[in-house]
Design a binder for this molecule. Structure first.
Ligand SMILES: [Zn+2]
Length: 114
């Protein structure tokens, strides 16, 4: 279950950021999970709730946003619908997976700064 190591990495990143900005506390986190990131949102949430005790994130709720995978043409940016051949009909370019579709992204940290 790599969700646990992802959560560990996330929390250390947030703690580093909180220390850097001399925050008094962390009030919330928001994270985007791409459909093709290979991360199970429910497991991620459970892992977060397990790990955050005793960290700066102990009182910070986690908001998860699921991002469906999408593709587009790298040349003309036409979106390529799901289920279609992954190639642009106009330029014959192979479709490219849009940013965020296969990533876990830390969207925001709600810090209490003095
Ligand atoms: Zn195109």
């Amino acid at each position: 279950m790599h969700e646990y190591s992802l959560v560990e990495a996330l929390i250390s990143r947030v703690e580093a950021e909180a220390r850097r900005r001399q925050a008094l506390g962390v009030h919330g986190l928001s994270v985007r999970i791409g459909e093709l990131a290979g991360v199970d949102p429910e497991l991620f949430q459970t892992a977060y709730d397990t790990f955050r005790a005793g960290t700066l994130c102990a009182a910070a709720p986690l908001t998860l946003r699921f991002v469906p995978a999408s593709w587009s043409c790298p040349r003309c940016a036409t979106p390529i619908p799901r289920g279609e051949v992954l190639r642009c009909q106009a330029c014959q370019e192979p479709a490219r997976l849009d940013e965020g579709s296969d990533a876990l992204t830390l969207d925001g940290i709600d810090l209490e700064v003095p």
